[in-house]
Design a protein around this ligand. Structure first.
Ligand code: 13P
Ligand code: SF4
Length: 356
């Protein structure tokens, strides 16, 4: 074969490969609503970190990651934070595309705060048991029973629930939000009954609670934690306020994910039993390499640590594909954005005033 014929064969192969790629993409897009992500082969020889960095520049994209994401995703993110930090970042970014390495309600919040930007989530099925525990049509009926009450909703709720909410909160600012409401005004708190019960203790207010829970934080084993405390007598037990009261009652420190991280950095102690999703331990170890972090065990038979099955649906491959093809994208009806965003704006305003 002369060089011209070889060239022709190579060009043909490239053309065929492109056609196969286009077909694969079309099939993956067609299956998106069923699967939740672009189900496509990713070349195993690709350096995904390098490719993701290239895509960030090419598309002026920012990756926002929650502390509960797997370590590899945290390492490639532009910002890692708790729900409050992530919404503050989403409200102020100059990027054209927000890639949300977190769960659905977080990406929805980002879209509500930056409606003109493209927001992608690597896997649309990355939901949240707390958000699921409060369907808006049932909450609307519940709310009707307390017509004079204000509604404070934990940000871990659907965009539609935010349209029925006066002020959102996160675990970082919940106390400030409750305290911002006049003392003589009744308050409904949704959807997390554990965070709500903790807020009743902290603020002395009589909140009407919706009965929702986080599937990760409600299953820590008191018995196994006690055994760990016997084995590590100097370890401090630190817990997220989504945990049940019997765990919070024995905790040495209670805080949001960023609050827990800050506590471990600043603490004079060097052993911690961590009662929240174990993804946070990555940042704790990076910040305090000489300290020891022991994940608090759940009730399950075989598990030593506690991972959120929704958060862990995101993978490096799905992250890469979502950036490359800008899918799955978060799309919200205009009325949801218009009626829901005020509750988030009020929360951000209160946080700003509180210096958070
Ligand atoms: P924070 O990030 O506000 O601590 O909340 C934890 C959580 O459960 C997020 O889903
Ligand atoms: Fe929802 Fe709990 Fe998972 Fe957070 S850890 S996303 S609250 S299920």
């Amino acid at each position: 074969m002369n060089s011209r014929t070889v060239d022709g064969v190579v060009k043909n192969r490239i053309k065929q490969k492109k056609m196969v790629d286009i077909q694969e993409l079309e099939i993956a897009k067609g299956n998106l609503s069923k699967k939740g992500f672009l189900d496509m082969e990713v070349d195993p020889t690709l350096d995904l970190v390098e490719e993701i960095e290239k895509l960030k520049k090419e598309k002026n994209a920012i990756i926002l990651a929650h502390y509960y994401q797997e370590s590899e995703i945290q390492d490639v993110a532009d910002y890692i934070g708790d729900s409050l930090g992530l919404s503050q970042k989403a409200a102020n970014t100059e990027a054209d595309m927000i890639v949300f390495a977190g769960v659905h309600f977080m990406a929805e919040t980002a879209k509500m705060l930056s409606p003109d930007k493209k927001v992608v989530l690597p896997d649309l099925k990355a939901g949240c048991s707390l958000a699921d525990s409060c369907p808006p049509h049932l909450f609307r009926k519940f709310k009707e029973k307390y017509p004079d009450h204000m509604v404070v909703s934990y940000i871990n709720c659907t965009a539609e629930l935010k349209t029925l909410t006066d002020i959102c909160c996160t675990s970082s600012n919940a106390e400030h939000v409750i305290n911002s409401i006049p003392k003589d005004r009744g308050i409904i708190f949704a959807p997390d009954r554990n965070l709500g019960a903790w807020l009743i203790k902290k603020t002395g207010r009589d909140l009407v609670l919706w009965n929702g829970t986080c599937m990760v934080h409600e299953i820590f084993s008191n018995e196994k934690i006690t055994k760990l405390q016997v084995r590590f007598p100097n370890a401090k037990l630190i817990a997220h306020p989504e945990c049940e009261a019997h765990i919070l009652d024995k905790a040495d420190f209670i805080g949001s994910t960023s609050g827990l991280l800050k506590y471990t950095k600043e603490s004079e102690f060097d052993e911690f039993i961590v009662a929240t999703e174990s993804g946070i331990i990555h940042q704790m170890e990076l910040a305090s390499p000489a300290k020891t972090f022991i994940p608090a065990p759940p009730n399950n038979e075989n598990c030593a640590c506690n991972e959120c099955p929704y958060m862990r649906l995101n993978t490096m491959e799905k992250l890469y594909l979502s950036m490359k093809y800008e899918q799955p994208e978060i799309i919200l009806p205009d009325w949801i954005i218009e009626q829901g965003v005020a509750s988030i704006d009020r929360m951000l305003e209160i946080s700003k005033r509180a210096g958070l």
